[in-house]
Ligand binder design. Structure first.
Ligand code: SAM
Ligand code: ASE
Length: 348
């Protein structure tokens, strides 16, 4: 490790100190989101004092001022001193990504990180020691039933669906266009959740029918909370492990295979291969590691996240190629999009 550190890091560990305090930065931003700081500043359209904000948000003035000053230090808020009084305002980034009502808001995923992921990561050491998820210790729910834990209440189900939905806002177009999918006339998004990716596919390939198949409660929730006017996508209740998989030309598996152990993945892909029309295929969307096990910091963190919350992990392309071939698929093509999520297409 030491040889990778520059001399200046050995003189004084700047980067290390930043890493060690990373959780305080995350939690500072999370709390400001939860308290409504960014939304208040977006709506006010003018800079506000800590006193004015504390009154509107129902917080202590002293506590809020310290939080605002941290956000200024990390350049998430701007501040201007007028005759000794500090006036705070959102930066453009805070207006665009942190305020709840912005169309590009990451608010849903931030609240999920804060309230679900953060408590799970509090048990990261135990997850590494035991090699399994921490749903039991963190939430008192059985570790084998991953989605019973994730969907432990209707509210939690909605929050998870919101998280899944919001992460595709940035990457959905690259996934839908990674390969030309126009020849696949019937597409089923297995475990398609809120339908956000299915909607993008329907938009990109208007002559194909796109169906979201997911667990019954999820489908009902998707239809209640996530349908949009003029929606052309269809919804179907089902269970890709224990139920029937309808025939189709193309199956989407977005962030499915990284949830499960190898044996379940192989079983699922074999089942898809059987149901798949001749000449059809399967499109996988996942974050891909490099072949040597390395990956970006975010990829490595997401793989640890799969450890604390599920029974899966992130993999390099060769893992998916091997599984696909084992299940009977051929012509496996990998498309690295250069964004967070990559795509793999295989044919029957
Ligand atoms: N594909 C979506 C995406 O990328 O945003 C959602 C991915 S989420 C990690 C996994 C999805 O699989 C959830 O929507 C979950 O409800 C669904 N799921 C889990 N077990 C399932 C099963 N046995 N049958 C059908 N869907 C299932
Ligand atoms: C899963 C994905 C996630 C299962 C549990 C999960 C995520 C959080 N918890 O399949 C999303 C991770 N991705 C990003 C970009 O945060």
């Amino acid at each position: 490790m030491a040889e990778h550190l520059s001399q200046s890091e050995l003189d004084y560990p700047f980067k290390l100190l930043e890493y060690l305090n990373g959780y305080r930065i995350s939690k500072g931003i999370f709390s400001a989101c939860e308290l409504g700081v960014f939304e208040l500043l977006l709506e006010s359209e003018k800079p506000l004092t800590a006193g004015e904000m504390a009154q509107k948000l129902g917080t202590s003035e002293d506590g809020l001022k310290r939080l605002l000053d941290l956000l200024v230090a990390i350049e998430i808020l701007n501040v201007e001193d007028v005759q000794g009084t500090a006036f705070y305002n959102n930066t453009d980034v805070a207006n665009l990504y942190l305020a709840k009502s912005s169309p590009k808001s990451l608010h849903t995923s931030i609240v999920y990180q804060s309230q679900t992921i953060y408590p799970l990561w509090n048990n990261l050491g135990d997850a590494v020691r035991e090699g399994k998820n921490q749903n039991e210790k963190t939430f008192g729910l059985p570790s084998e039933e991953i989605f019973s834990a994730i969907y432990r209440s209707e509210d939690e189900m909605l929050k998870f669906m919101g998280l899944m939905n919001s992460t595709w806002v940035i990457d959905r177009h690259d996934i839908a266009t990674a390969f030309d999918l126009s020849r696949f006339k019937s597409i089923i998004d297995l475990g398609g959740c809120s339908g956000v990716l299915a909607r993008e596919l329907a938009k990109e390939y208007p002559s194909s029918t796109v169906t979201v198949l997911d667990l019954p409660d999820v489908i009902q929730s998707a239809q209640r909370h996530f349908v949009q006017e003029g929606d052309t996508i269809r919804f179907q209740e089902g269970d890709f492990f224990d139920g029937e998989i309808p025939s189709a030309d193309l199956y989407i598996l977005a962030r499915i295979l990284h949830d499960w152990k190898d044996d379940k993945n192989l079983k699922l892909l074999k089942k898809i291969h059987t149901a798949c029309n001749t000449g059809g295929g399967v499109l996988i969307a996942e974050v891909l590691m490099f072949e040597n096990g390395r990956g970006t910091t975010l990829t490595q963190m997401l793989s640890l996240n799969m450890l604390v919350q599920t029974e899966g992990k992130e993999h390099p392309p060769s893992y998916y190629k091997h599984l696909l071939n084992e299940a009977g698929f051929r012509d496996v093509q990998v498309c690295r999009t250069g964004k967070l999520y990559d795509a793999i297409l295989a044919l029957k």
